[in-house]
Design a protein around this ligand. Structure first.
Ligand code: ATP
Ligand code: MG
Ligand code: MG
Ligand code: MG
Length: 477
């Protein structure tokens, strides 16, 4: 079953059950406080919170998502992509818990020949919120699931809130058991390799208040209109149905991985570290392609900076696989061809998208070429002198003079068994920022006619802090 076929089955099933099919929203949310669409729910927030009346009682979609906070998992687990597609069905005050459970179970377990996904019942487990006896009873009634395959978990795992006072509620998640080859028995636990979470059903039924943390709040009443919000990972279903090991080997991703393997002249499945890199490349190239197609362009801040780091991390991974030259023309083309049936825009807009990708790679390769020699020298000198850390001033010089991001210095140092004196580096960065501020002040004092500069000043002093201030894992690059 092709990935696109699974998505179509999902939509067909819910359309048949009176859901309005809604196209995916952009990866770039309308809400400036949200960097990217991280879940199917994002475009429906106004309806779910009741701020805007829903234009339909039921909806279903396949939503493009970006989750940068999963970046460290990519290539290491079987199931985390920075880009993925979340299939969802929604009820706005219409059907509730029983409906959501029945639909999910029927779609998962109906035969493929009947339009279902053909999962064997014995491979499925569910989790419910610990107090949600109603959900336990429904799973037994609707699915005939034995109590031993229904696990009760606490708020940390199975309670949805927005982090604000307002609607909230318990969830129930469906897991697929990949079998004893993948680890211990006993059912789902967080971060499991054997039991793979595939579908999250959220039952929005309570109002909460006094939110002290994700798990500490007061349930103050039932919602007058209860909602259903579900999310099923398309790539996860695809890798299970396609009988491959992980989501980087599905039809929409594997061609990029294969291309990277060919370019490197190495083998996939031979060395674990290499395999992780191949999977990272396949993931990041696809995510970058999808971000570019939604209008994000590489830059030093915000969304563009995430895109830049995804692309640079791919380049860097190719280098670690022994490839020095440009690879994006091959890798992005492979990704485009794998994604264009589902998202024609990636080929329709190719003449706009490709130049950004290729230029970004060229620039970064030049940066790497100029900085690498200096860094290699610093590494060998440090080692020869019996030291264990690259000094802050070396890291700063690389950053300041060669545009070599500190994350990269950290990564290279780590590979060589060294650390970086990060505190000293940060102090030098801080000094530089202060100098830039002082300079700006003295320039302003020297200017007689201030009015000319008023507009400029209104923008504030711009000091480039992209490489250090971004709130993402420091090892992302
Ligand atoms: P996990 O615990 O495996 O990280 P999650 O609990 O963070 O998943 P949810 O937020 O519940 O995931 O999202 C709903 C569904 O979207 C998941 O059940 C899964 O199928 C899918 N999903 C979530 N994150 C990813 C990802 N990074 N890559 C691919 N699919 C994902
Ligand atoms: Mg997660
Ligand atoms: Mg989970
Ligand atoms: Mg979940």
């Amino acid at each position: 079953m092709k990935t696109a076929d699974i998505a179509q089955r999902y939509l067909d099933y819910f359309e048949k059950n009176d859901h309005t099919i809604v196209p995916s929203a952009s990866l770039v949310s309308d809400d400036p406080s949200i960097l990217f669409t991280i879940a199917g729910m994002v475009p429906f927030i106004p309806y779910l919170t009741g701020v805007v009346p829903a234009p339909y009682p039921r909806a279903a979609d396949v939503q493009k998502c970006i989750r940068t906070n999963d970046i460290e998992e990519v290539g290491k687990t079987a199931r985390h992509g920075t880009f993925f597609q979340m299939m969802g069905n929604w009820s706005f005050g219409d059907y509730f818990k029983e409906g959501a459970i029945s639909y999910a179970w029927e779609l998962l377990t109906s035969a493929e020949s009947d339009g279902g996904l053909g999962f064997a019942e014995r491979d499925l487990w569910v989790t419910v919120y610990e107090d949600d006896d109603e959900a336990v009873a429904l799973w037994q009634k609707v699915a005939g699931l034995p109590a031993s395959r229904i696990q009760r978990l606490g708020r940390e795992d199975n309670y949805w809130t927005t982090g604000q006072p307002g609607p909230a509620g318990p969830c129930s998640e469906i897991y697929f058991d990949r079998g004893p080859k993948y680890g211990r028995d006993g059912g789902p636990v967080a971060d499991d390799n054997r039991f793979t979470e595939i579908w999250n059903l959220v039952f929005m039924q309570y109002a909460i208040n006094n939110v002290r943390s994700k798990v500490d709040f007061d349930v103050v009443g039932e919602l007058p209109k209860k909602n259903i919000d579900t999310g099923m990972g398309l790539e996860r279903v695809a890798f299970i149905k396609q009988g491959v090991e992980n989501m980087y080997e599905i039809d929409q991703v594997r061609p990029v991985l294969d291309r990277a393997v060919e370019l490197s002249g190495r083998k996939y499945g031979a060395v674990h570290e290499d395999d992780v890199r191949f999977r990272v490349i396949a993931d990041h190239v696809r995510s970058s392609l999808m971000l570019l197609s939604d209008g994000v362009t590489p830059s030093n801040e915000g969304r563009g900076y995430i895109l830049r780091r995804l692309m640079r991390r791919s380049v860097r991974s190719m280098r670690l696989l022994g490839v020095e030259g440009a690879t994006f023309p091959e890798l992005f083309t492979a990704s485009r061809d794998a994604m264009k049936d589902a998202y024609p825009i990636v080929s329709d807009d190719w003449s706009r998208i490709a130049p950004y990708a290729y230029a970004e790679e060229e620039t970064f390769l030049r940066t790497l070429a100029s900085g690498s020699t200096i860094l290699d020298l610093a590494v060998s000198q440090t080692k020869d002198a019996g030291g264990s850390a690259i000094t802050g001033s070396e890291a700063f010089l690389l950053h300041d003079t060669y545009g070599f991001p500190v994350d990269l210095t950290l990564e290279v140092a780590e590979e060589a068994g060294l650390t970086v004196d990060r505190a000293a580096f940060d102090a030098l960065m801080q000094e530089q920022r202060q100098r830039a501020k002082d300079d700006a002040k003295s320039r302003r004092r020297a200017i007689a006619d201030h009015t000319v500069y008023r507009d400029f000043r209104a923008l504030g002093e711009t000091v480039f802090t992209g490489y250090t201030d971004l709130q993402t894992p420091s090892t992302i690059l």
